[in-house]
Write a protein that binds this ligand. Structure first.
Ligand code: NAD
Length: 469
């Protein structure tokens, strides 16, 4: 069952559909099928058949197909970016970056199809050992709404490069770009059935994927709470899981940092995608000696940000959905009412249509007040007095996804990078994640890695063959 190829594009075995909204206007822009367990079962049947054929495609042909997918995505980049902006809310420029980044992801995986090698050794007295890496079979890809195109690319590109079939379940609030990308993969030559999309709610379609005995691996990106329930629901099937959950990245500005570069980096990163990125700079830790200067300069930069519909010339769009905006507003209200930080600018919803929230700067924030991730356009500045204290604050949440340190001192850079508990650490930058870099977290940020060379271990399993001497 390939729901995106079903002729109407909008039917499911359940017969019902769900609306997709434009976050900038609140208008319904489309509907998608409300897929259910029967749809997932049909997709699994199609995928199991197609996977056996796809596995037998040579590395060179798989590579050619993934390169063709990248080229098709590039050729449609403007249309795909417009679609992404319309359903997700981000500015067109950011949407286009994400689409071109998604093309790059498929090109990266095209370059990896010939590298899925195992191991070999002569074991005296025992024989010749060969370890080959086998595809897992059918893989589920559960995708969130914040970066739907590229996160779909990470999962589908990796699974397909390893010879698996894919059943993707995009978010209810941003499914359209994923549907189109999947169509382009099939147009590029991925066999029908090896690439499926089942749209629908997480608790119905997503849950059916997680519980399916025919699906041997699920890569899930989403919230910590949902990640926990996915792990519980998957347990009876003993499938492999890759969990990419939330983050609460520290962005540490030391006294010797280039303050202007750090301010520019923090503002660019924190308000990118309206602050809805797992590895956003969510807690800005600034040495107390330069905290006032940092806040003053950040305020000037934030007040220049133009907010509006992503289809216009803006720096920041709306949040993706009203629930997300309410959660962000509640977090800011709580920090202020508990006297744990003060608003320097922003701190309010925009009246009228759309899920807009003003880019917000909070100063003198107490670390405990932001131990939970704020998934929106809020920059809390936390002063610190020693580097040890900064590291302690950075590590003082249950998350461990990303972090950055801003310094001109190499020793400081390495010391802090080594001491921070997270999957990625940047120095004098934040949030750059090309597919060449393994990505994933520790602690409540989840487990497993996407991209880099690590994907091989997620999407294949070793088979040892011992040949007697
Ligand atoms: P979410 O957990 O609500 O949903 C993510 C996806 O899971 C959606 O497709 C949803 O339909 C599906 N889903 C929901 N319930 C499910 C269930 N019971 N079984 C199976 N699937 C289910 O998260 P969200 O609101 O879409 O995304 C925001 C969160 O994701 C934030 O916390 C953010 O930090 C995190 N995130 C993490 C990363 C990362 O790589 N670590 C990347 C992006 C977003």
């Amino acid at each position: 069952m390939q729901m995106f190829l079903d002729g109407t594009g909008h039917d499911s075995l359940s017969g019902s559909s769900i609306p997709v909204y434009n976050p900038a206007t609140g208008e319904v822009i489309d509907t998608v099928p409300a897929g259910n367990a029967d749809d997932v079962a049909a997709a699994v049947t199609a995928a199991e058949i197609a996977q056996k054929k796809w596995e037998q495609v040579s590395p060179a042909d798989k590579s050619r197909i993934l390169i063709a997918a990248g080229a098709l995505i590039r050729s449609e980049a403007d249309a795909l970016a417009t679609l992404l902006t319309t359903e997700q809310g981000k500015p067109f420029r950011e949407a286009k970056d994400e689409i071109l980044g998604t093309a790059h992801v498929f090109e990266f995986y095209a370059s990896m199809t010939g590298t899925l090698q195992g191991d070999a050794a002569v074991l005296p007295k025992y024989g010749y050992m060969n370890v080959v890496r086998k595809p897992l079979g059918v893989c589920g890809a559960i995708v969130p709404w914040n970066m739907p195109a590229i996160i779909f690319g990470w999962k589908a590109g990796a699974a397909l490069a390893c010879g698996n079939a894919v059943i993707a379940k995009p978010s209810e609030t941003a499914p359209l770009t994923v549907l189109r990308l999947a169509e382009l993969l099939v147009k590029a030559g991925v066999p029908g059935g090896a690439m499926n999309v089942v749209t629908g709610s997480g608790t119905v379609a997503g849950d059916a994927i997680v519980r399916s005995t025919g699906i041997r691996h699920v890569s899930f990106t989403g919230s910590v709470a949902t990640g926990r329930s996915v792990a519980l629901a998957a347990a009876p099937t003993l499938k492999k899981l890759t969990l990419e959950l939330g983050g609460n990245d520290a962005f540490i500005v030391t006294a010797d940092a280039d303050i202007d570069a750090a301010v520019a980096g923090a503002v660019r990163n924190r308000f990118y995608n309206c602050g809805q990125v797992c590895t956003s700079a969510k807690r800005i830790l600034v040495d107390a000696v330069c905290a006032d200067e940092f806040v003053r300069k950040a305020k000037d930069a934030i007040e220049k940000l133009v907010v509006g519909s992503g289809l216009e010339k803006v720096n920041m769009g709306p949040l993706n959905n009203p629930g997300q905006r309410d959660a962000v507003a509640a977090a800011v209200d709580r920090i202020v009412s508990e006297d744990c930080g003060k608003i320097i600018c922003g701190g309010k919803k925009k009246e009228g249509a759309g899920n807009f929230y003003a880019p917000t700067l909070l100063a003198d924030v107490s670390p405990d007040a932001v131990s939970e991730e704020i998934f929106g356009p809020v920059m809390p500045v936390i002063p610190f007095t020693t580097l040890d204290e900064a590291v302690e604050i950075a590590n003082g949440t249950p998350y461990g996804l990303g972090a950055s340190v801003w310094t001109k001192n190499l020793k400081t850079a390495y010391t802090v990078a080594d001491q921070i508990r997270s999957g990625v650490v940047w120095v004098n930058r934040h949030l750059i994640l090309p597919p060449e870099i393994p990505f994933g977290g520790t602690g409540n940020s989840g487990y497993g890695r996407e991209n880099g060379r690590e994907f091989i271990y997620e999407y294949t399993e070793p088979k040892s063959i011992l040949l007697g001497l």
